[in-house]
Design a protein around this ligand. Sequence first.
Ligand code: NAD
Ligand code: DAU
Length: 353
Amino acid sequence: MSILVTGGAGFIGSNFVLDWLAQSDERVVNLDALTYAGNLQNLASLQGDARHVFMRGDITDRALVDRLLAEHRPRAIVHFAAESHVDRSIHGPGAFMKTNVDGTFTLLEAARAHWNTLQGDEKAAWRFHHVSTDEVYGSLAPGAPAFTETHPYEPNSPYSASKAASDHLVRAWHHTYGLPVLTTNCSNNYGPFHFPEKLIPLMIVNALAGKPLPVYGDGQQIRDWLYVGDHCSAIRAVLAGGRVGEVYNIGGWNEQANIDIVNIVCGLLDELRPDPAGPYARLITYVKDRPGHDRRYAIDARKIERELGWRPAETFGTGIRKTVRWYLEHADWVANVQSGGYRDWLSKNYAAR
Ligand code: NAD
Ligand code: DAU
C-alpha cells in the first residue's frame, strides 16, 4: 500500500511525510517540483529509506501524474503542492493560477481516470485529500464568529482566490463525477522547516541576524496559529475517517495579533539566545501594509473534533518554544535556504515598504 503526496518537500508536506513514516510503514510517493519553497534537505533523514519514493516533477504534467498512479497504485492522493505565499501572489499571481488552479485540475482529472479503472473495495476505499486554507473564507470582523465549514467563500488575495478556485474544482469533481474527495481548510501553521519568508520564521532569522523585524501596518491583524504537527495529525484523522465529500476546518483555537506573535518570539530569543546589544524587540519596525490585507482569521474546529475526535496536542506556548529552539539548532538549514533567490525576494518585498 502507498499514498501519493504532492508538495512533500515543502513546509507542511515534508512535516507530513516525516510524521507519516514515523507512524506507519506505508510507502509515500512524493511528487514535488522543488520550486524555491521545496527543499530535499527537509527529508534528509529519509535518505536510503525504501518507504519514501521521491519524484521531481510538476503537478501540471498530466503524463507524469498518470504514470505515477499507474505504476504505484496509491490508495490516496494527499495534495499539498501549491504556491503558498500571499505577498508573492501580489507581486506575481501567474504562478498561483498555474499550480493552484491548473495543477489541481490536472490532478483531479488524472485521479478521476485512475479511480474509474478501480473496482470493488479498492475503488470504495480510494481518496483524494485536498489540503486548503482558511483564507478562502476572507476576513472576519472583530468579534464575529469563527469560520465554520459553511461560511461563504470571500477570497481577497490572488493566493486565496486561487485556493478557493481549487476547492471549488474538488467539490465539483465529487458532485459531478463521484470522485471520493476530502477537503481540509486549515489556519496558519508554524514549526520546523517553515520557509523564512513567512511571519514567524522571518522574525526568528532576522532577529538572530540583528535585522529589522518588519511588521505590516499596525500589527493588529489576527491569525489563528496551529503547530504543523497538529495539522499533520488532523490530515491523518480526516484521511482515515472523514466522510467522503465533506469539508473539515482545522485550527488551533489560538487567535493572536501579529505584534503579539512578534513580541513572543522576541521574548523567547531573549531567554534562549540573549543579544548583548539588548532585547530583540528593539528591532521591531512598522512598515507599509500588505495591499488588501485580511484583518482577522479564526477557525471553528468543532466539526473535526465532534466527528473524528481530533484536537491540537500543542498549546501555542509549547509549540512556539519548540519552533524557536528548532531554528536555533538548525542554523545550517537556515543558511542553506537563504540563497541568492531568497535575497532577491527580500529586496523585492521589503525595499519599497
Ligand atoms: P510551501 O510553499 O512551503 O510548499 C509548497 C511545496 O509545493 C514546495 O515543496 C514546492 O516545491 C511544491 N510545488 C509548488 N508548485 C508545484 C508544482 N507545480 N508541482 C509540484 N510541486 C510544486 O507550502 P506549505 O506552507 O507547506 O503549504 C502546503 C499546502 O498547505 C498548500 O496547499 C497551502 O495552500 C496549504 N496551507 C498552508 C498553510 C500554512 O500556514 N503554511 C495553512 C493552511 C493551508
Ligand atoms: O491562514 C493560512 C495561511 O497562512 C496559508 O494559507 C498561507 O499559505 C500562509 O502563508 C499563511 O498566510 P498569511 O498571509 O497569514 O501568513 P504570513 O506568514 O505571510 O503572514 C502572517 C501575518 O503576518 C499576516 O497578517 C501578514 C503579517 N506579516 C507577514 C510578513 C511576512 C508581517 O507583518 N510582516 C511580514 O514580514
